[in-house]
Design a protein around this ligand. Structure first.
Ligand SMILES: [Fe+2]
Length: 340
């Protein structure tokens, strides 16, 4: 038998579907799926999926099906549990809007976002590690001069962040775009104060100078809760998990010839440093800013207050070639570990 549309006496519904784009498959190409026992079901699904033309999509979906079926078998999933899961996913989707992405949050709290991020941005020794972008980056943060403030001084305890942008050989990277954003002292990002337009604060962009130096004034960020009034928050409560992130200063770097680096600085002593709800903390990113109490130093840095935190930190970027090499190596290693 040839294609579906060649079969005589087809119902109108099938003809309509093919007309509207449903694949007009060749019946001879279809696998024979007649044994639907638990042992054969996985094989059957893989067989009918095997015609997928995109090799990467085929590979990913094959693994997904195998893992989903293995999961159902491993936990002995009941129909009630299966339905509970589907209802949860439905509510997760219904919670999503232009300004709320509950699925990303779900991925975050199970460590999937952090895992995808880490696996895709492996770094050689000495390079600054990456971490999750989070939902509070905006495209059009204002540009400030190197050395100027990205936050109003009334937004929290003043902090001066300074250092150099370097390559892995220690050479400075000039004209590197640095983007940074953080909470104010109440634990809110500027975008959280109003859904319809907001006043930019505690965020900005600047460029490193010709010797790779950068500096900006900001405030000491504080811990904050992830959005927890939806299905993901409810799930976390049911697992007796908290919903907090340790204080952090988001930072992103872009320079010609280098891999874009999305990272953040965390701060020693934070009560949530070892239990970040979204698994973003890496020990190499934890800083311990020192308190400067010299009023003259404060004036020199541009602060009106007499005391400030000083966070001195260099960032080491890798070239796009280094990034490619590291990724190849990391992928081969991850594959070998899964097989072992
Ligand atoms: Fe954040």
């Amino acid at each position: 038998m040839p294609k579906v549309s060649d079969v005589p006496h087809l119902g109108k519904a099938i003809k309509d579907a093919i007309e509207r784009g449903a694949p007009d498959v060749d019946l001879n190409d279809l696998p024979n799926l007649t044994d639907m026992s638990a042992d054969k079901l996985t094989e059957n699904v893989l067989a009918i999926n095997s015609g997928c033309a995109n090799p990467r999509q085929k590979f990913v979906l094959e693994a997904l099906v195998r893992h989903m079926h293995a999961f159902v078998k491993e936990v002995g999933l009941t129909p009630e549990e299966w339905m509970t899961g589907l209802e949860f996913l439905t509510k997760t989707g219904q919670m999503c809007s232009d300004i709320r992405q509950e699925f990303i949050l779900l991925s975050d709290v199970f460590g999937v976002s952090a895992l995808v991020d880490t696996l895709n941005h492996p770094k050689p020794e000495g390079a600054t590690e990456a971490t999750v972008l989070g939902p509070f980056w905006v495209e059009d943060a204002r540009v400030v001069e190197n050395g100027e403030a990205i936050a109003g001084e009334d937004k929290g305890e003043p902090m001066l962040v300074k250092g150099r942008i370097l390559d892995t050989e220690g050479k400075p990277i000039p004209n590197c775009l640095i983007e940074t954003w953080e909470t104010d002292e109440d634990g809110y990002y500027d975008t959280q104060y109003s859904a319809n337009g907001y006043v930019q604060d505690c965020r900005g962009r600047l460029y490193s100078d010709k010797d790779g130096n950068y500096a900006f004034r900001c405030v000491m960020p504080v811990p904050y809760p992830i959005p927890n009034d939806g299905p993901v928050g409810k799930l976390l409560r049911s697992m007796n998990r908290h919903v907090f992130r340790p204080a952090h200063l988001h930072m992103m770097f872009e320079a010609d010839g280098f891999e874009k680096l999305v990272t953040a600085l965390y701060f020693k002593g934070d009560i949530f440093l070892s239990s970040d709800a979204v698994f973003g903390v890496k020990s190499s990113l934890v800083e311990d800013p020192k308190k400067v109490t010299d009023a003259a130093e404060a004036r020199k840095a541009g602060f009106k207050k007499d005391e400030f935190f000083l966070c001195e930190r260099d960032f080491v970027l890798i070239t796009t070639e280094q990034a490619k090499d590291e990724l190849e190596k990391a992928k081969a290693k991850a594959k070998a570990e899964v097989k072992a």
